[in-house]
Write a protein that binds this ligand. Sequence first.
Ligand SMILES: O=C(O)C(=O)C[C@]1(C(=O)O)C=C[C@@H](O)C=C1
Length: 305
Amino acid sequence: MEFAYLGPRGTFTEAALRRLPAAKGATTTPMSSVAEVLDAVRRGEVDAGFVPLENSQEGTVTVTVDELVGGEPLVIAGEAVLPVTMVLASEKTADGITTVASHPHALAQVRGYLRRELPNATAVNALSTAEAAQRVLVGEFDACICAPFTAEAAGLPVQAFNIGDNPNAETRFVHVVRPCPPPEPSGNDITSLAVYIDHDQVGALLAVLTEFAVRGINLTRIESRPTGEALGRYAFFLDCTGHLADARMGEALMGLRRICADVRYLGSYRRDRSDDPVPAPKGLSDTDFTAAADWLRHLRDGGRP
Ligand SMILES: O=C(O)C(=O)C[C@]1(C(=O)O)C=C[C@@H](O)C=C1
């Protein structure tokens, strides 16, 4: 089993990959961008890819969502959530720092710190936190924002620890494969979808949400991304609790298929976190669904109404 991931060695992505059960014993190959990782999976050069999807502070990693929603189909087979702690790494102290490099998501997570402590430094985007550290080492930039373990591995002194604006920030990463049957339901799963609605239809998005609501399926995320066709044309990226194999998820998907311009299934997979379960509304628990199905079967069998 070979996994490609957003590298170089030392990224948050690499640290998160170590937590993914499916990657135990796998060969791991760093690549320099999310697009490169996903293309290597599409071309069959590796079995799987591992890339960041969203951060609790800065939101979506748009390149990942856009690739999943719009590129040659891939599916998510798993996820891992990693707390992200940022440091300022540099051989120089604050007065000597005029450039600070990092991944745009990492820079965004320390925006307040940079404004307060290094107001005159220029922030420069890098492909990842570990790439930024390498560029500091060769003297291209004065400092970088990265994980404590990245600074240590690069041999860069840490000038300030825990500089994230939100000390509880965490990033969610996904394990991506070529289309294949999903892992078995675990009882704590998410199904991800990209949904395209008819833009000239009033209430089209409400109709999509209704397919889930009437079946007691909880949405944990909804994100709109431009399709690129024209201004105002958006696709919706949805995460819903439940698995493709669940009867109610199957019915919701069939409903979407009937009413939407297009639906792209993006995978059913085990959640890395178990939030407190959202109580099922009246009539929408698993027991309610089974009892209603039994009743219908009874009627169809000619039983007493
Ligand atoms: O640059 C890295 O180390 C990454 O793994 C990428 C990434 C991201 O895309 O959000 C991962 C986690 C952090 O939120 C910052 C950067």
